[in-house]
Write a protein that binds this ligand. Structure first.
Ligand code: COA
Length: 275
């Protein structure tokens, strides 16, 4: 399988039975490069994440490298080293247009629930873009980001130019896209590409702890929060403020607002109902 999906049950989730859906890109021999099959798998998993109420949060990661074959150097760790370049040669615009019009990066971006990229190693090109399609990025200190498409006579095609600009600004995006250079984890942290940087040993627990924390909120309110923060990217400022206010006010008609407020006043755990 080019990607495995594993549901991790969240202890004490309410409504009960909540899971974190962990997706592992699984082509470690090719540094988890995203081929057509990977796109199909990610799109399918995204559709399921949207429709399955038990899924509270999604974590995307890359499979670690296999043991090195005898006499060969080990492959490096990777989240995803980009789109699969072997699928690019000899293709013209008509060949690639349908693929890029319905791609995994948009599918992940359009998931209504919180998404976290857990990056350990190379996240280049489409790999950086997949991480950028997630809401939050946590990286190990041995990770590398970049948009090297310019070196192939291309530009990012999975939303990288736009999402990077919104995340870290115009000048830094230009430098990354025009130079095609690599951005090491520490620099990525300073720039704001990643939210947190930890050691490889801590990466999984750090990521899963955050995913669990998020998964214990009301699944209803979580989706509203994501939608409203997204508004800041799409709307003029004053319209965004109005949208936030109207969504805030609407939450006063939900049961979970009563559940949350009561739990605070009673100093107890909120037992969310999800509406
Ligand atoms: N597409 C297809 N295959 C890829 C790939 C990609 N984006 N990135 C790596 N691979 C493959 C390599 O071809 C190699 O396959 P092989 O062992 O069958 O020959 C394998 O993954 C290991 O990569 P390799 O280049 O040998 O590792 P390295 O440690 O020498 O270098 C990188 C690592 C990440 C610097 C290098 O693989 C690289 O530059 N990859 C392409 C990154 C890129 O331009 N991405 C943007 C695509 S739009």
């Amino acid at each position: 399988d080019v990607m495995t999906v594993e549901d991790i049950v969240v202890d004490g989730s309410s409504p009960e039975g909540g899971v974190i859906s962990v997706w592992t890109l699984n082509r470690p021999d090719k540094l988890n490069a995203l081929n057509a099959e990977s796109h199909r798998a990610i799109k399918e998993a995204s559709a399921r994440a949207n429709s399955d109420d038990s899924v509270r949060c999604i974590v995307i990661r890359g499979a670690p490298p296999p043991e090195a074959e005898e006499g060969k150097r080990p492959k490096p760790h990777a989240f995803a080293a980009g789109a699969d370049i072997s699928e690019f040669s000899g293709k013209d615009s008509d060949d690639v247009r349908p693929f890029f019009e319905d791609n995994a990066w948009e599918a992940v971006w359009n998931i209504s629930k919180p998404t976290i990229a857990m990056v350990d190693g190379f996240a280049l090109g489409g790999g950086t873009e997949l991480a950028l399609s997630c809401d939050i990025r946590i990286a190990s200190n041995r990770s590398t980001f970049g948009q090297p498409e310019i070196n192939l006579g291309l530009i990012p095609g999975g939303g990288g130019t736009q999402r990077l600009c919104r995340l870290i600004g115009y000048g830094r995006t230009m430098e990354i896209v025009l130079s095609g250079g690599m951005v090491q984890a520490e620099e990525a942290l300073k720039m704001g590409i990643v939210n947190r940087m930890v050691s490889p040993e801590e990466l999984e627990s750090e990521t899963m702890n955050l995913a669990e924390e998020i998964s214990r909120k009301s699944p209803y309110t979580t989706k509203v929060a994501k939608r409203v923060v997204r508004g800041a990217l799409e709307l003029p400022f004053s319209e965004g403020v109005l949208m936030e206010r109207s969504e805030f006010v609407a939450l006063f008609d939900t049961e979970d607002k009563e559940v949350g407020v009561r739990a605070f006043l009673e100093r107890s755990e909120a037992d969310w109902v999800g509406r």
